[in-house]
Design a protein around this ligand. Structure first.
Ligand SMILES: Cc1cc2nc3c(=O)[nH]c(=O)nc-3n(C[C@H](O)[C@H](O)[C@H](O)COP(=O)(O)OP(=O)(O)OC[C@H]3O[C@@H](n4cnc5c(N)ncnc54)[C@H](O)[C@@H]3O)c2cc1C
Ligand code: SF4
Length: 325
């Protein structure tokens, strides 16, 4: 590991004052420490934020507010999350392992770096780790990589299950920096790789995630997260679907859909939502709606199975949700 300075402030104000442009915030450490050991990240300053008052899960007229330092396991087991936002609880439960979820924070999960193996292997070229060095995945093993939002510079997926569920529900992320506070739709936090894959989000240098808000909605309570992966636990998604339906009898009044494991950022599918709204919640409707789900996808040598996998995942999520299972 490279040498670095370490501080452990007690207030957001002090953390932001400590946070120089190249500092890294340490929350659960389940990603950051790992990447520092591998030499992938080498911050000159580490600001340990675990003592900051960024906890709490509260519910009011505008929705559910979750502090950035809440652990993944506490959020997943919270009564209101389970009852009113089941897709969020499920996305968290299907992430990592019980031990990791006990340590890992909501803010850290939203900024989890990609799981592309070349990114973690400092002996290989990677534009995300070392800008301009090349992308080993383009000509290497790219089975787990993205089919949406890719570029010639990077094809890595965004790894967060939680982010997919939060984007489907139009959640906001709250940020603080030495310049002040701001709130953004979570969807716009993430950047496409383009020619600068090392720039993964629109956070300003030293900016801190302080929490997220999931709005109240008539569809969030009828929602589901389905994750398809190589093994049933401790594994990232090959494809996942976060779906929510507001039903009026059997008629779909409103649909919300985002997918994971396939995009360089959590991927919304508004055309599928439009194809569902006003229709009867039947297998025939779902089959017709998901037919175009992979339009615009750019499969690579080893992940050509992903468009079909995505359609099947979406269909299964929708039929399962409509059947009330
Ligand atoms: C083996 C393994 C399997 C996993 N499987 C999954 C999975 O299936 N699905 C999934 O979603 N995740 C998975 N994860 C990821 C895991 O959920 C993340 O490691 C974890 O959520 C990160 O949270 P943390 O608090 O430990 O973050 P840290 O490691 O402390 O930080 C992660 C990054 O976020 C930054 N950061 C942290 N908090 C803030 C903040 N409040 N504001 C600004 N920046 C911040 C850090 O500087 C760092 O860059 C897996 C991890 C491992 C190790
Ligand atoms: S896909 Fe992205 S993260 Fe993976 S090697 Fe290429 S540039 Fe690096």
């Amino acid at each position: 590991m490279h040498p670095y300075t370490y501080s452990r402030p007690r207030s957001v104000h002090d953390a932001l004052a400590d946070g120089a442009a190249d500092a890294a915030f340490l929350a659960g450490g389940t990603t950051l420490v790992d990447l520092m050991k591998l030499g992938v990240m080498a911050p000159a300053e580490v600001v340990d934020i675990t003592r900051l008052p960024l906890r709490g899960i509260t519910f009011d007229r505008s929705g559910l507010h979750i502090g950035a330092l809440e652990t993944m396991s506490d959020v997943a087991s919270h009564r209101i999350v389970r009852e009113s936002y089941p897709m969020v609880a499920k996305a968290l439960e299907l992430s990592a392992s019980g031990q990791l979820r006990n340590m890992a924070s909501i803010g850290g999960n939203l900024l989890r770096r990609t799981r592309c193996g070349y990114f973690r292997d400092i002996s290989t070229p990677c534009n995300k780790r070392e800008p301009g060095s090349g992308c080993s995945a383009l000509t290497g093993i790219n089975r787990i990589h993205a089919i949406f939002g890719t570029s010639e510079a990077c094809v890595a997926t965004n790894p967060s299950d939680l982010a997919v569920a939060l984007v489907a529900l139009s959640s906001d992320v709250h940020l603080a920096s030495a310049q002040g506070s701001r709130t953004l739709p979570l969807e716009v936090l993430y950047a496409l790789p383009g020619t600068t894959p090392h720039v993964e989000n629109v956070l300003r240098p030293g900016e801190l995630i302080t929490g997220v808000t999931i709005p109240r909605s008539p569809w969030a309570a009828n929602s589901l997260y389905l994750k398809i992966r190589d093994r049933q636990s401790y594994e990232f998604a090959l494809a996942s679907a976060a779906v929510a339906l507001e039903l009026d009898g059997r008629t779909i009044r409103h649909a919300r859909i985002a997918v994971g494991g396939v995009g360089t950022k959590p991927w919304r599918l508004p055309s599928i939502e439009r194809a569902l709204m006003g229709r009867r919640a039947t297998p025939e409707t779902f089959e017709a709606a998901v037919r175009d789900a992979a339009d615009g996808a750019r499969p690579l040598t080893h992940n050509a199975f992903k468009p079909a996998l995505l359609r099947h995942t979406l269909f299964r999520a929708l039929t399962t949700l409509a059947a009330g299972r």
